[in-house]
Design a protein around this ligand. Structure first.
Ligand code: GTP
Ligand code: MG
Length: 278
């Protein structure tokens, strides 16, 4: 299998290799993150799936990080667009039976030498490997030690998940999530994001609109202040200051905010567009 090391330091499977794997698959599972379901869908990936007319199930993973009514609203939204959707929390083991049933159902009639073979894919850090481990009931697919670290799975790996059913775990290919913010923060580990301030301020804006007190609870800062000031205060409170000048290390705070967004501590969620906006 062709593996390329990109300039961005993450290992990317070439789109050609991904296409080949999808082409020979009976089914495709795309995993998105419940904290931003629409924003973590991959446009390029879905195009390939459509072109090969492959049976496809969309998995909304990490639902333990959002209120259940939000996850259900997204499920209804996708179902209305004709997309088969399953809600999972690989962390809690939720949705395993539903996903296995969906895989059997969508790949009915498709088998190569009596084997049903599929692929699990999506943008980085949505929990693909964790879902595979949930399906297998054991930890075989390596998952990242913390949510901000992208590109943990480096190549296609083949696993058996049931009677005659096999699935390829794939790396977080196609760093083209629909949402630009997700693209920036999922393409590198937070400590390697070159300009973390802008994306972190975007995240702070979302928290302010949703539940400003979360900033107070998590960082002990005044949510009424401007975003840059908030970053300064986070750094000062934690003693992240330049050794000589004592200036706050704002980039450190920005990286922490990004990490706390990805690990769910900021409790951010999005709502699906109203049906009238579709
Ligand atoms: N809270 C929560 N965290 C999860 C869940 N599933 C996965 N994670 C965490 O999310 C992070 C990413 O999980 P992985 O399974 O490595 O994700 P991946 O999509 O395989 O990542 P790449 O291979 O790097 O693309 C890890 O820190 C997991 O522990 C979930 O259901 N809930
Ligand atoms: Mg992985």
């Amino acid at each position: 299998m062709e593996v390329k090391k990109s300039k961005r330091e993450i290992m990317l499977i070439s789109p050609e290799a991904m296409k080949k794997t999808i082409k020979k698959s009976c089914f495709v599972v795309e995993v998105v993150d419940a904290i931003n379901p629409e924003g973590t869908r991959s446009i390029a990936l879905e195009k390939i799936i459509r072109n090969f007319r492959k049976p496809y199930v969309l998995v909304l993973n990490r639902i333990d990080l959002v209120p259940s009514w939000v996850a259900n609203a997204w499920a209804d939204h996708f179902k209305k667009s004709g997309i088969e959707v399953i809600l999972t929390s690989a962390k809690r083991g939720t949705g395993k039976r539903e996903l296995i049933e969906a895989i059997y159902s969508i790949s009915e009639g498709c088998a190569f030498e009596e084997k049903i073979i599929g692929v699990i894919c999506g943008v980085p850090k949505t929990g693909k490997s964790s879902i595979l481990n949930m399906l297998r009931g054991k930890d075989s697919a390596p998952t990242s030690p913390y949510p901000g670290k992208p590109g943990y799975t480096k190549s296609f790996t083949f696993y058996k998940i049931g009677e005659n059913v096999y699935i390829y775990d794939s790396p977080g290919v196609f760093p083209d999530p629909r949402d630009k913010l997700e693209k920036i923060i999922r393409s590198r580990p937070p400590e390697k994001i070159l300009e973390p301030i802008r994306p972190s301020m975007e995240i702070i804006d979302i928290v302010k609109a949703l539940e400003p007190r979360r900033l107070e609870a998590l960082y002990d800062v005044d949510p009424q202040k401007g975003n840059y000031e908030i970053l300064e205060d986070i750094a000062m409170k934690r003693g992240w200051v330049e050794k000589i000048s004592k200036e706050p290390l704002v980039e450190e705070s920005a990286r922490r905010v990004i990490m706390d967004y990805l690990n769910g501590k900021l409790k951010i969620f999005r709502l699906p567009p109203k049906s009238s906006d579709l």
